[in-house]
Design a protein around this ligand. Structure first.
Ligand code: PLP
Length: 391
């Protein structure tokens, strides 16, 4: 089909032409005297996106999942205990990976569509008198359910319990799109990937590490090699890497940071709220339900939409893709076949999203879920017109 395909999964997201152009260039010698300028330009500006001062950011060539491993092996010793909250597919996978790495993980479960049960978390921390939990694993934005958790409440629970555990926050589908406050929330390891809010192709994992976590990085006893932050820190200080960095991606990341700075981070967050609100107006107008159970949980980067009983969401997704070149996110885990997801993050504006919502309307009808054509898109347009002055 002619024209650009519509990519509305919640990552990878649309890569702006500016970033593509920045990446499309001759390679540099990463041992040359010119290279440190690029490294430092990226590493010095990244912490702001995480709301971090005083700590340090690391960039590894991997997807976001690799940073789960990087964060844990660099701070927790094999066999140590962790406490995790599971409220969707990605928080479930975080637990599975931690266990696969040899950590003992106690889990607090919440129904999918709901958020972190902070009271239960606090009770578990209070009960841990011996401070056996060395870390708490959480996800800021559950991409599977379209729920944004309040990490400030998690920090408050840790503080009330006077528990010293390190706080790990997966912000893979939030950082760069939703405000993230690593300092204020006392996040020790904030985890991001390049292919979502950073508007890049997949391939870089990024982690922001608090100053408090530094001695843990120095002393943790877990097997670590590729992801070892100690040689990375030494080399990064001089503007280099212990091994060949993903050069094209670093050029792209530098341009992504330029774009974020030009727009201004508060404007980036406001734009995501504005776009998401339009998408939600459409979903409500279709008479469909979000997986997120309360409005205050609604994610501004992804909406997980439940299909009516008896309708296979996979069919709607496939029709959208085959007939209209619109990619929607699949229902994951227990939401398989019951939900589709609309990603509304990254390099995006209302008209792009209106196009996607039109495609959803057609695919819903084609797959046997009748909605009045134009009703959802109309509701989104009304929202965007009424609120245009707010962005
Ligand atoms: N965590 C969250 C919240 C995610 O949304 C994703 C991917 O969508 C991941 C982890 C896995 O990241 P990656 O696919 O970059 O390894």
């Amino acid at each position: 089909m002619a024209g650009r395909p519509f990519l509305f999964v919640p990552g990878p997201t649309n890569v702006p032409d500016r970033i593509l152009r920045a990446m499309h260039r001759a390679q540099l010698d990463h041992r040359s005297s010119a290279f440190p300028t690029l490294t430092r330009s990226v590493l010095d500006r990244l912490p702001k996106v995480f709301g971090l001062t005083g700590g340090e950011c690391f960039v590894f060539a991997c997807s976001g999942t690799g940073i789960w491993e990087a964060a844990l092996t660099n701070s927790i010793s094999t066999g140590d205990k962790l406490l995790a909250v599971r409220f969707g597919q990605f928080s479930t996978l975080f637990v599975n990976y931690a266990r696969a790495m040899g950590y003992e993980v106690d889990v607090i479960d919440a129904p999918w569509g709901d958020t972190i049960p902070v009271d239960k978390l606090e009770a578990a921390l209070v009960a841990d008198k011996a401070h056996e939990y060395k870390g708490v694993l959480t996800v800021h934005n559950e991409t599977a359910t379209g729920v944004t958790a309040d990490i400030g409440l998690v920090r408050a629970a840790l503080d009330r319990a006077k528990h010293p555990a390190l706080l790990f926050v997966d912000g893979i589908s939030s950082i760069g799109s939703l405000e993230f406050k690593a300092d204020e929330w006392g996040v020790d390891f904030a985890i991001a990937g390049s292919q979502k809010g950073f508007m890049m192709p997949a391939g870089l994992g990024i982690v922001a590490v608090s100053a408090k976590a530094r001695p843990f990085v120095d002393n943790a006893k877990s097997a670590r090699a590729y992801f070892d932050m100690r040689p990375m820190r030494v080399q990064n200080a001089a503007g280099s890497f212990p091994y060949t960095p993903a050069l094209s991606h670093l050029f792209g990341l530098e341009e992504a940071l330029n774009m974020m700075e030009e727009e201004g981070l508060p404007n980036v967050y406001a734009r995501h709220h504005y776009l998401a609100s339009g998408a939600r107006a459409a979903i409500h107008a279709w008479g469909l339900k979000l997986c997120a159970v309360r409005p205050e949980l609604y994610s501004n980067t992804v909406s997980a939409v439940m299909t009516p009983e008896g309708h296979d969401a996979a069919k709607t997704i496939d029709i959208a893709f085959r007939r209209y070149e619109l990619s929607l996110g699949a229902g994951l885990g227990e939401l398989g076949g019951r939900a589709f997801r609309i990603g509304h993050l990254g390099d995006l504006n209302p008209l792009m999203l209106a196009g996607a919502l039109s495609g959803v309307e057609m695919a819903l009808n084609d797959s046997g879920i009748p909605v009045e054509l134009g009703k959802g898109v109309g509701a989104a347009m009304t929202y965007w017109r009424d609120n245009a002055s707010k962005v």
